[in-house]
Design a protein around this ligand. Structure first.
Ligand code: IMP
Ligand code: MG
Length: 171
């Protein structure tokens, strides 16, 4: 398998720092809970929260993955819920990538029903060409073309999450 680098380590770090600064100014005096979506968002989440200069809590949710496929089945399944109640709190969902938008629209609807003070979403990558919903994320690291990407948390068949860059698979 050939991997072509789409976004290098330094470029990602620079953009994550900028996002952290933007989030820090938006969440001054808020009660921030950063909700990472397992497993893809773990690398982005851990880098992002270290660039956020306001106090926060971290929690996690997990949704069904694509398994072996590179396209969504269209059905989102909740595999792990939050540990913490979120009523009245400011929720920032942190996700690796928005593709069809089904995962983020499902999760924000679900969390909205618990009456948080606010809900926003931060995604490292946005593939707008593939959107099947109206969902618009609040913070976007990079907008990318419609290609299957791996690394920096993103997997292909459960592998390659550990790559320190974002790559495109070329066969
Ligand atoms: P959506 O529900 O279609 O927006 O899909 C979002 C989820 O699909 C992400 O959390 C990723 O886990 C996965 N995903 C979408 N595109 C890619 C990709 O190019 N590489 C790896 N995972 C992807
Ligand atoms: Mg994911």
């Amino acid at each position: 398998m050939q991997i072509e680098v789409l976004l290098g380590t330094d470029e990602i770090a620079k953009r994550v720092k900028e996002l952290g600064e933007e989030i820090s100014s938006d969440y001054a005096d808020k009660d921030l809970v950063a909700v990472g979506i397992l497993k893809g968002a773990v690398i982005f989440l851990s880098d992002l929260i270290r660039e956020i200069a306001v106090p926060l809590e971290v929690d996690f949710m997990a949704t069904s993955s694509y398994g072996q496929a590179t396209k969504t089945s269209g059905v989102v399944q909740l595999l792990k819920d939050l540990d913490t109640p979120i009523a009245g709190r400011d929720i920032l969902i942190v996700e690796d990538i928005i593709d069809s938008g089904l995962t983020l629209s499902y999760l924000s609807q679900l969390l909205l029903s618990r009456k948080p003070a606010s809900i926003k979403t931060a995604v490292l990558l946005d593939k707008p060409d593939r959107r099947q919903t109206e969902f618009v994320p609040d913070y976007v690291g990079f907008t990318i073309p419609d290609e299957f990407v791996i690394g920096y948390g993103l997997d292909f068949s459960h592998k390659y999450r550990e790559l320190p860059y974002i790559g495109v698979v070329r066969n």
